[in-house]
Write a protein that binds this ligand. Sequence first.
Ligand code: PEP
Length: 249
Amino acid sequence: MARVKMAAGNWKMNNGVKAAVEFVSQVIPAVKDSNNEVVLGVPFVCIPDVAKLCAGTNVKVAAQNMYFKDSGAYTGEVSGPMLAELGVSYVIIGHSERREYFAETDETVNLKAKAVFAHGMTPIICCGETLEQRELGIKDEWIRMQVKLALKDLTDEQVSSLVIAYEPIWAIGTGKTATSEQAQEICHLIRECVAELYNREVADAVRVLYGGSVKASNCQELFGMADIDGGLVGGASLKLDEWQAISNC
Ligand code: PEP
């Protein structure tokens, strides 16, 4: 069965509740006929209002992080039950900014992915190499390692339903997009890694996104590549005209 493409926005630490409600109210009618799955990763504080607005529409809500414990003395963290109660569908896990600034590791990515599933949501697991790793010629090994550790002990069914976002760190927020061939090469490598770890059926089902300076002007070419099932989009998901074009790409 053909994989449904996904346009997933990642607002990062942008937009408070008022701005979010205004923006999403305009997004909903603008993407209502999209053939893609449209997802918006909004800040925690915006989730209740945005989820209410999106209920009954084709726009799904993502959180940008989640802790792997359900409750307890973890000051400042947000848990799976809290997000599930609000109607969150997806949780972005292991974004390179969380790995760089907030000590996210491959081990916590794996624990979080399991916790996301335990609460009926779906992880969008991020991976990607630095420019230095690419120049050293170790990007393939690096990505394979990240994927293997992130998926550790997940079932065939779970991996078939989850989303992996390949985001080369040198392309995030830099305006420097990977060429469609570069993006396809690694998205293909990720799918083959899943085939090795699981089987062909699981590999054909898992969705692999590209992320890194995706915009209206390049989404068509990127999303048209054989192993690219859409995009994880930062900056351009904050601009209505850009996001409308990408969502409908
Ligand atoms: C991201 O935040 O995941 C991202 C890819 O950002 P940008 O689209 O701004 O490069």
